[in-house]
Design a protein around this ligand. Structure first.
Ligand SMILES: [Zn+2]
Length: 168
């Protein structure tokens, strides 16, 4: 069943699966594609304006970790590792929270949420994740913070592009 999705920049689209629409290029994410490989697609959901936050989605419409092919398994860990390295090197992100659930209305995707000092006001570990994301969505959509978020997107894109050319 198609459903209406309102994007962070106000566009409304009707899609079967938002992840399919993003990974196929039907919808351009705000800030653009950060990285794309044969089987995965990396972007930021600017509805949650946290600098350096990324979402890695599979291109195939699957839900569960055990659905990954052997090729996808290797590519997946390699992409996570490279993004994490780039977050540390270029954005000086010391810690990252990873969030992935299989009962999603989108398809297979991993959130990588950088951990900043202000987030500890919302507690530690998994119970703080949702309050942190809601706080960002409701209170951090300012012009200056959006510029920071866009800078994060561009910095990661550049770093990951160099990675591709280096590794062939
Ligand atoms: Zn899908």
């Amino acid at each position: 069943m198609p459903r209406q999705v309102t994007l962070a920049d106000g566009r409304t689209v009707e899609v079967e699966c938002l992840s399919c629409a993003l990974t196929s290029g039907l919808i351009e994410p705000t800030g653009g594609v950060i990285y794309e490989s044969r089987n995965f697609h990396v972007h930021q959901d600017v509805a949650y304006p946290i600098k350096g936050l990324v979402i890695i989605a599979s291109k195939r419409h699957i839900y569960c970790m055990d659905e990954l092919t052997p090729e996808e398994q290797l590519e997946y860990i390699s992409i996570i590792h490279k993004i994490r390295s780039e977050q540390r090197k270029s954005l000086v992100i010391d810690k990252v929270y990873y969030f992935y659930n299989e009962d999603t209305t989108h398809h297979f995707h991993l959130w990588m949420v950088p951990r900043y000092e202000w987030m500890y006001d919302f507690g530690h570990s998994v119970e703080s994740l949702r309050p942190v994301l809601l706080h960002a969505r409701n209170n951090m959509n300012t012009k200056s913070n959006m510029l920071e978020v866009m800078d994060g997107i561009n910095t990661l894109r550049k770093g990951l592009k160099d990675f591709v050319s280096n590794s062939g």
